[in-house]
Design a binder for this molecule. Structure first.
Ligand code: PGA
Length: 253
């Protein structure tokens, strides 16, 4: 027993209108009512957050956002602050997802600022890292991850980062149906944990949940979750249908 409660997190990306998000949240609530020893989080799109928060009020399912902007308020058209996410009912926020890095110019430096803003507002950051296919093929996986972790977490102490969740998502496995093998995932998760130990300390590294993400499905979740350093999953496609997602929550059955 490592003392880390598994976390199964659903990233709904840019899917579902408000009413559809409410319906899916209601369904999920019913489907996983009896789940124990697992934490569940869903991250709907911004416009559905407040509505979904009302549905989740009397449940143990946590609400997350998919991004934030680091300033508290001001003339930043189109952006949303960490306080606004808290106000909408969020407890978690996904930061540095590879789609934000690839399509929206997210850098390790902006990820660092966002983690800082999330922590200041009391949000749990789900800090995403991962290598591209080209980087893996060039043998750069570990150096890429090393830089993402060091720069993303630069300037924090382990006290600041309490509750931090890391999500390892190989870019080549996201939405492609190509999952990393569980051995590949374990090797990377172990690397990340030992890096956290080097940067902070052993108890902290041992407490951080490291999720795997990238084509997690009901038929591969259990094998991944059996690995000692895989503490959960960050799920895109398979989180959209509550029935399918509930099977991931019950990975142990
Ligand atoms: P996927 O997405 O499960 O659809 O591969 C994972 C993610 O982007 O978090």
């Amino acid at each position: 027993m490592n003392g880390r409660t598994p976390l199964i997190a659903g990233n709904w990306k840019m899917h579902k209108m408000g009413s559809q998000a409410v319906e899916a949240a209601n369904q999920l609530k019913r489907l996983i009512e009896k789940a124990t020893d697992v934490e569940v989080m869903i991250a709907p799109t911004y416009t559905a957050l407040y509505q979904v928060a009302q549905v989740l009020k009397d449940s143990t399912i946590a609400l997350g956002a998919q991004n934030l902007y680091w300033e508290k308020q001001g003339a930043f058209t189109g952006e949303i602050s960490s306080e606004m996410l808290v106000d909408a009912g969020c407890s978690h926020v996904i930061i540095g997802h590879s789609e934000r890095r690839q399509f929206f110019g997210e850098t390790d430096a902006s990820v660092n600022l966002k983690i800082q803003a999330a922590l200041a507002a009391g949000l749990i950051p789900v800090f995403c890292i991962g290598e591209t296919e080209a980087q893996r093929e060039a043998g750069e996986t570990f150096s890429v991850l090393d830089k993402q972790v060091r720069d993303g977490l630069k300037g924090f102490s382990f006290e600041d980062l309490s509750g931090l969740v890391v999500a390892y998502e190989p870019v080549w496995a996201i939405g492609t149906g190509k999952t990393a093998t569980r051995e590949q995932a374990q090797k990377v998760h172990q690397f990340i944990r030992s890096l956290l130990e080097t940067l902070f300390d052993k108890p902290f590294a041992g407490s951080v949940r490291i999720l795997y993400g990238g084509s997690v499905k009901p038929d591969n979740v259990r094998a991944l979750m059996e690995m000692p350093d895989v503490d959960g999953a960050l799920v895109g496609g398979a989180s959209l249908d509550p029935e399918t997602f509930s099977k991931l929550v019950f990975f142990n059955l």
